[in-house]
Design a protein around this ligand. Structure first.
Ligand code: IPM
Ligand code: MN
Length: 381
């Protein structure tokens, strides 16, 4: 493809504040033989839809989204002024958060969340080796703990029981692990070609490594299956070092020595938790990009959305950092770049602009709009 139809959904809360910077950046990057993008804005704020239609997205969301090559999303979901109990309750007609409906509806079976320490980003770890973090957390995105099956019986009585079913299939596990090993190989090739900085911490681990995370000592059945399939897939990649961490120990090691990790692969829920942690090691949710892909079918719609949510607590105050959204936009351009060299170039320009801005302003606190303006100024404002 050389012409791309992009659905742009700012969504709710801070999603609406950070998306304009991404749209303007894309418009600048299209100039001078940049990628050819057709941007279509979708006004799908989940709160308004819920209030007006009792749904979180328009009824025809699936067919509407299927018209596009990619979805760039700010954040979906805004509790409005509701109480805490209400806030986390989905409308009765909805069994999954809209974001999960999109992931599962388009079989976006992998969620990739890179955690790279960028000079000038907030630094929560004291050890200076934290400046050498360059890991990619690969999260299972189609099943596991997130299938939404189970229920409540004897509601409200003293005998109430809630069940939540987790399902792990060999099919989804094999493709996930193979993808993790492919990414590890690709990252090590990029390092060898000088396209990926050789980090200071790299000496403390093998050049290419995949770490499997489970809780196999307690969640035995899927833990065993994951372990077996991991060994089978690893045998296809003799050059890549492997190790296995239990999720609790992985959390600890993320904090004590995150520079030792390269590619990390985890289940849906454990990956969800690990990626917030990984994000904070590298400056927090304000700079953490994310994408949801179906690597086995390039025609399936991918979704690019920052790791952060709609953040209703800071929405409307110009406090949201647009850099996570801009780095997420760069991930979208990377994905296009697999077919369109002009998109790769644009991704590089955008990423360099964000990095240069961070270096210049270090940990200075600035309104979101000021950050956006100075980054946009670097790519052609
Ligand atoms: C994320 C979010 C979602 C998730 C929520 C909103 C359902 O936390 O994208 O990480 O758990 O996947
Ligand atoms: Mn999350």
């Amino acid at each position: 493809r050389t012409r791309w139809r992009i659905a742009v959904a700012p969504g709710d809360g801070v999603g609406r504040e950070v998306m304009p910077a991404a749209v303007t950046a894309l418009k600048y990057l299209m100039r001078d033989n940049g990628p050819q993008l057709e941007l279509t804005e979708l006004e799908w704020p989940a709160t308004a839809y819920h209030r007006d239609h009792g749904r979180m997205m328009p009824e025809e969301w699936r067919t509407r989204l299927a018209e596009f090559d990619a979805l760039l999303l700010g954040a979906l979901g805004d509790p409005g002024p509701s109480s805490d109990a209400e806030r986390y309750r989905l409308p009765d007609a909805v069994s999954l958060a809209p974001i999960l409906a999109i992931r599962q509806g388009f079989d976006q079976w992998v969620c990739e969340r890179p955690a790279i320490s960028l000079e000038g980003a907030p630094r929560y770890l004291a050890d200076k080796r934290a400046g050498a973090i360059d890991m990619l957390v690969i999260r299972e995105n189609s099943e596991g703990e997130y299938i939404g099956q189970g229920g409540r019986t004897a509601r409200g009585t003293g005998h109430e029981v809630a069940t939540q079913v987790e399902v792990f299939t060999r099919f989804a596990t094999e493709r996930l692990f193979r993808h993790a090993f492919e990414r590890a190989r690709q990252r090590s090739e990029e390092r060898a070609a000088g396209r990926r900085p050789l980090r200071f911490g790299v000496k403390e681990r093998a050049d290419a490594q995949v770490c499997l995370v489970t809780k196999r000592n307690a969640l035995r059945h899927w833990g065993e299956m994951y372990t077996e399939i991991f060994a089978e897939v690893a045998a296809e990649y003799p050059g890549i070092e492997t190790h296995h961490e239990l999720v609790d120990a992985a959390c600890m090691k993320f904090v004590t020595s995150p520079w030792r990790f390269d590619v990390v692969v985890a289940s849906n829920l454990q990956g969800d938790i690990l990626t917030d942690l990984a994000a904070v090691l590298c400056g927090g949710l304000g700079v953490a990009p994310s994408c949801n892909l179906n690597p086995s079918n390039r025609a399936a719609l991918p979704m690019f959305e920052p790791t952060h949510g709609s953040a209703p607590d800071i929405a409307g105050k110009d406090l949201a950092d647009p850099r996570a959204m801009l780095l997420t936009t760069a991930m979208m351009l990377d994905w296009m770049g697999e077919e369109d060299a002009s998109a790769s170039k644009a991704a590089g320009r955008l990423r360099r602009a964000v990095e240069a801005d961070l270096r210049e302003h270090q940990r200075e606190s600035r309104p979101g709009s000021a950050i956006a303006e100075s980054i946009l100024g670097r790519i052609g404002g």
